[in-house]
Ligand binder design. Sequence first.
Ligand code: MN
Length: 268
Amino acid sequence: MHVARELLFRCAMEHLKLKPLPYDMHALEPHIGRETVALHYEKHHAGYARRLKELITSKPEETANLEWMIRRSEGAIFNNAAQIWNHDFYWRSMQPDGAGAPSGALNEAITSTFGGFERLRRDFLEAGAGHFGSGWLWLVSHRDSLRITTTPDADLPGRYGDTAILCVDLWEHAYYLDYHDERARYLEAFIDHLANWEFAGANWSNARRALRSCDARVDDRPPKLARDRPRTPTPREDGLPGRLYIDWRAQQDSNLRPSGPQPDALSN
Ligand code: MN
């Protein structure tokens, strides 16, 4: 292998290393048991990482980082890459010491979008319970407000121009040992006891900052240079699938990241 390519390959593989859990495996008890977390992290989450490595070996993607694969790939490579990203986000959407409550700018946005936390909670539970089959439940930044949404299988809101604020894994492996088929009880435990509103608040602030800087770039652009600039992907006005836009930088607050090798550094 060419030296430069081998270096890129090693770098990419470093990016794909499994992120450590942000807490001990028993830390979410009694709401999510140690056995669930161990199986979920060591078998399911690690399994996606292992399969992704197998899939990209000797392929053009083998020197790409996770974000590139999510943005540019389809099929099995997309599914496994997206599941790694979603699980990293899920583990960080929970905290061991009780859910607390949203505060600051996020709390203001909740009041303006939902009228208050109780309505958000109700809509969140309804959306999660109503989602058919496997997938993910999200609180997202949709343009200038909050929105609750679900995605099937490995899909994620970044593909539709939204920025993830908080998420819940709706696959049965996330709750079956603790709650059997009672997804509603699992979702209640999440929102009442586990949701990490500090993480959500930081994601909301970052999303707002990214949106403002994007607006500023557009507004400040001298008209004569506009046509020479590369087009920045922007969310579709109608919010429909088709335009891929993931603001990864908004989700990379260094304060929220564990120590050790990080898989999702952006090259641009
Ligand atoms: Mn899962």
